[in-house]
Design a protein around this ligand. Structure first.
Ligand code: HEM
Length: 511
């Protein structure tokens, strides 16, 4: 028996190695992009910096070039380190797929929704969502009011805590951003202290942490069947089930209370579309429609809330550690908005320095350092390189944002780099600025995110000055704590309320 087992194991190992070598040379022959030599079965997993994988890729690109290959377990992946190539590739539908792997599609229940779907489902769901979100606020005054309501709640909280280090700043900002999104999608308005809202945020964050702490679920998802607890599967699946349950209950409530012909919010509009869909192959038809609706709602939360909130947290850290930039920002706020009214989006046109701060924060933060991976939909060639169908593709946004050949001093926080020489005009398009990615799948929430950043930052710094807590260390702003997204290291900030003596003279209490 044991002899039989040994022979079996030997033959399997022999076949796997032969297949591996064949694949390796076959690709090399066809001019597959170069990269570090992968280990059998594990690929390059043991060679990367587990905490900052994008930094390992950035280092390797110095040897392997603008387009390089890596292997994660059995998965082939390419890393693009050049903005021109990324724009060219992601502008081509051939590269608009998403890896259909377990950890990617688990929340969506398969190839559903926008974020992880591809082909016809992706096109139809993305188009519908963008059109109908516009009806309920995207790009309209109603959205501005919603964001401002939540910014005001943050300001009230900061006022209560004024003079003391802010407890758990990022969480409060996440609740504020999530709340605006939730209102557009579901019509429900919560307070930022509401237990429902907090529970939803906890699930989103726990899911992100579970997947980052257990990378084997990414590179070797089959492990969940053998070691469900150690691999992190049991915990991850529990969080996923909780989130799906939350979305299912909300959709169910909408079905019960919806009045025909009068959609109150995005979910009602979607249910209406499902009702009128007769085509059985449509992704809006009956069960498929319901699964897609759950997936879209999940996508908007996953993609929209933490990204914006973490960028806001970075903004406070950068401005706290760069008092000169903070003073210039406040000067512009005082000049254009003053102290007696709230900011509105129209102010942006007259506030180039504030815009430059947002561009610079987004560059240095690179909250999604490798973007969201795409995949090749067919076997193809790109710049003479052979790219097999199903290859995962990342753009190393972090490497592009930190390229010294482009930025000169990328490690310095310097908003002026986005301004004309006289400081009056903001240089809006920079080829190497791509926190929202580019091409066919470019982030559809970019304008909402940028509106939110503008309104939150101007509202907060109109009223407060951010200073470090004297007894706490200031973190290295080039380092980060990564849990799926690239976030700042913990820091302690005190928001000092600004006091207005008479019109142009403003001082900060305690200065
Ligand atoms: C600072 C905030 C944000 C950043 C940095 C960001 C960045 C990104 C990036 C890099 C992608 C991947 C694009 C690609 O696959 O090439 C993406 C996709 C996406 N984002 Fe955002 N995003 C932000 C905010 C938002 C918001 C507020 C929403 C909506 C409420 C949103 C919704 C989406 C969706 C639905 C996708 C998937 C698009 C697709 O697959 O076609 N994002 N985002």
């Amino acid at each position: 028996m044991s002899l039989l087992l040994s022979v079996g194991l030997f033959i399997s190992a022999f076949l796997a190695t032969t297949w591996y070598i064949y694949q390796h040379y076959h690709r090399k022959h066809k001019n597959y992009p170069p990269g570090p030599i992968p280990w059998p079965f594990l690929g390059n997993v043991l060679q990367v910096d587990g905490k900052h994988i994008y930094i390992s890729f950035m280092e390797w690109s110095k040897t392997y070039g603008k387009i390089m290959s890596v292997k994660l377990g059995f998965h082939r992946a390419l890393v693009i380190n050049d903005p021109k190539m990324s724009r060219e590739m992601f502008g081509d539908l051939t590269f608009s797929g998403r890896p259909q792997a377990y950890f990617v599609t688990v929340l969506s229940g398969g190839c559903n929704g926008i974020l992880v779907s591809e082909g016809n489902v992706w096109e139809a769901q993305r188009r519908f969502t963008l059109r109908h979100l516009r009806d309920f606020g995207f790009g309209k005054n109603i959205m501005q009011d919603l964001i401002m309501d939540n910014a005001q709640e943050v300001i009230t909280w900061m006022r209560q805590e004024a003079g003391h280090p802010l407890p758990d700043l990022q969480r409060r900002l996440s609740l504020a951003v999530l709340n605006s999104l939730w209102t557009i999608i579901s019509g429900q308005r919560y307070s930022q202290n509401d237990p429902h809202l907090k529970a939803l945020l906890d699930s989103i964050q726990e899911g992100a942490i579970a997947i980052t702490r257990h990378p084997f679920l990414i590179v070797a998802p089959w492990i969940r069947h053998i070691l469900p607890t150690i691999s992190g599967y049991t915990k991850f699946q529990k969080v996923v089930d909780k989130m799906i349950g939350f979305f299912r209950d909300t959709i169910e409530e909408h079905k019960q209370s919806m009045v025909d012909g009068e959609p109150r919010d995005f979910i009602d509009s979607y249910l209406k579309e499902m009702k009128r869909t007769r085509d059985r192959t449509s992704s809006f038809y009956k069960d498929a429609g319901e699964q897609n609706l759950r997936a879209v709602v999940g996508d908007l939360f996953q993609a929209g809330s933490e990204t914006t909130a973490i960028t806001l947290t970075w903004s406070i850290l950068f401005l706290m550690t760069h008092q000169d930039a903070q003073r210039k920002l406040q000067k512009e706020i005082d000049h254009v908005i003053g102290q007696s009214r709230s900011p509105v989006l129209k102010d942006r046109l007259k506030m180039p320095y504030t815009e430059a701060v947002i561009l610079e924060v987004s560059r240095m933060a690179s909250v999604i350092p490798l973007g969201v991976f795409h995949s090749a939909l067919v076997d193809t060639y790109f710049h003479d390189f052979y790219i097999p169908k199903g290859t995962w593709i990342w753009t190393n946004q972090y490497a592009i944002h930190m390229d010294p050949h482009v930025w000169g001093d990328p490690e310095n926080f310097h908003p002026e780099r986005f301004l004309s020489k006289d400081g009056k005009t903001v240089l809006r398009t920079h080829e190497s600025w791509m926190p929202f990615s580019t091409g066919k799948r470019q982030c559809p929430g970019e304008s909402l995110a940028r509106d939110s950043l503008f309104l939150f930052i101007t509202s907060i710094f109109q009223k407060f000055t951010a200073v470090p807590e004297p007894n706490s260390p200031i973190p290295d702003i080039l380092d980060s704590d990564d849990a799926f997204f690239r976030g700042p290291k913990p820091f302690s900030v005190i928001m000092k309320e600004r006091v207005i003596l008479s019109s142009p003279i403003i001082i900060t209490v305690g200065e």
